[in-house]
Design a protein around this ligand. Structure first.
Ligand code: FUB
Length: 324
C-alpha cells in the first residue's frame, strides 16, 4: 500500500516536471533554409545535451518596415536529427531581469552540474548601455530565473571602446580543467574567467585583438584546438582564429562565411552532433518582411581540414539532411 502511494507520487511528480518543461508540442520539419518559417529568429546559440540539440534564438518582432531591432524574448527549439524540430514555449523574456529595460539580444546556454546557465545581452535599466545577465534553470527548457538579480557585466566595467553597446553577444565555454570563461563584445572582444558558480566573474576582464572584429564571438573546442569565430566587418562576414590555449595567442585563419543574404548581421553558432559539424547562422531571407531586422536561422554543414582549419561554409537553400 505504501509502495503504490510512492509510485503514484512519483508519476505525479514526473507529469509535473513535464508540464514545467513547457512543451507546446509544436513539431515541424524544416524544409531547407531558413529552418523556422512561422516567426523571425536571430542570433542562434546551440547546445548539445543528452543526444539532443537545443537551439536558442532571439526573436525579431519589429513592425513591418521598422529599421531597428524589436526583441523581447528568446525562443527554444529541440531536435534529434537537425530537420525535425519541436518548438517549446519561450523559456525567457527580458522582463525576467528586473534591472533591465529592453532588448533580448544574443545569448548562449551552457550546462554545469545539472543546471543550465543562460547568458544574455540586454539594455540595462539604470546604467546606460548594454549589459550581460545570466539566468538559471534545472531544465534546458526552463523556466529560467535571473540568477543574480543584477547584471553580470555592465557598460561601466569595460573601457576598451567608448560606445555603449560593447557588452553584448556572450559566448561561454567550460575548459577541460573545469574553468569556465565568458567571451563577449562589440568593437572589441572581451573575455574573463567565471567562478564555478557560473554567476560571477573571476578576475580581470581581458581583450583579444582580432582583425576587423565587429561582434558575435563564439568559442568552441575541438581536437586540441580552441576556435574563436566572430562577425567580421559590417555588413558581417564570419571569420575565425585558432589557438592551442584558451588564453591565446590566437592566430587569425580567415573567413568562414560570406555575407548572409539580405541581412547585415550573420551571427554564428558551431556544434558537432552525431558525427557531423554544423554552422548555424541567420540571414534575412524569409518573406514577407525579410531583412536585417527580420532575420531567420539557417543551418549548413561545417567541414574541417586535416590540420584543424575550417573550410569556407557553403550557404544553401536546401540546408542539411537528417542526422543519423
Ligand atoms: O540581435 C541583435 C544583435 O544583432 C546581436 O546582438 C548581434 O550579434 C547582431 O546579430
Amino acid at each position: 500500500m505504501k509502495i503504490s502511494k510512492y509510485i503514484i507520487a512519483a508519476v505525479v511528480t514526473m507529469v509535473g516536471l513535464e508540464a514545467n518543461a513547457a512543451t507546446i508540442d509544436t513539431t515541424f520539419h524544416s524544409n531547407g533554409n531558413p529552418i523556422i518559417r512561422h516567426k523571425y529568429t536571430a542570433d542562434p546559440a546551440a547546445m548539445v545535451y543528452k543526444n539532443k540539440v537545443y537551439l536558442y534564438t532571439g526573436h525579431d518582432e519589429a513592425a513591418p518596415g521598422h529599421n531597428g531591432y524589436t526583441m523581447h524574448d528568446w525562443t527554444c527549439f529541440t531536435t534529434t536529427d537537425m530537420v525535425n524540430w519541436t518548438e517549446h514555449l519561450s523559456p525567457l523574456n527580458v522582463k525576467e531581469f528586473k534591472w533591465a529595460k529592453a532588448d533580448a539580444w544574443a545569448s548562449q546556454v551552457i550546462e554545469r552540474n545539472g543546471k543550465f546557465y543562460w547568458y544574455v545581452a540586454v539594455e540595462h535599466g539604470s546604467i546606460p548601455g548594454k549589459a550581460i545577465g545570466v539566468a538559471v534553470s534545472d531544465s534546458p527548457l526552463g523556466p529560467f530565473k535571473d540568477a543574480r538579480g543584477s547584471a553580470l557585466v555592465t557598460n561601466d566595467m569595460t573601457k576598451a571602446v567608448s560606445h555603449s553597446w560593447d557588452d553584448i553577444d556572450p559566448s561561454v565555454i567550460i575548459d577541460k580543467d573545469g574553468q569556465a570563461y565568458l567571451f563577449w563584445g562589440n568593437g572589441i572582444c572581451y573575455y574573463a574567467k567565471l567562478k564555478s558558480n557560473m554567476t560571477e566573474l573571476d578576475g580581470e576582464i581581458k581583450t583579444i585583438k582580432l582583425p576587423h572584429y565587429t561582434e558575435a564571438p563564439w568559442i568552441h573546442y575541438r581536437n586540441g584546438w580552441y576556435y574563436l569565430s566572430y562577425a567580421y566587418e559590417f555588413p558581417e562576414k564570419i571569420a575565425y582564429a585558432m589557438s592551442r590555449s584558451i588564453n591565446g595567442p590566437w592566430e587569425y585563419k580567415g573567413i568562414i562565411n560570406e555575407l548572409a543574404g539580405n541581412s547585415n548581421t550573420n551571427h554564428q553558432a558551431i556544434i558537432d552532433f552525431k558525427g557531423k559539424s554544423y554552422f548555424i547562422y541567420h540571414n534575412g531571407a524569409l518573406v514577407p518582411d525579410a531583412g536585417s531586422f527580420h532575420r531567420s536561422v539557417c543551418i549548413d554543414y561545417l567541414y574541417y581540414n586535416k590540420d584543424g582549419s575550417i573550410k569556407r561554409v557553403i550557404m544553401t537553400s536546401e540546408g542539411v539532411k537528417p542526422a543519423k
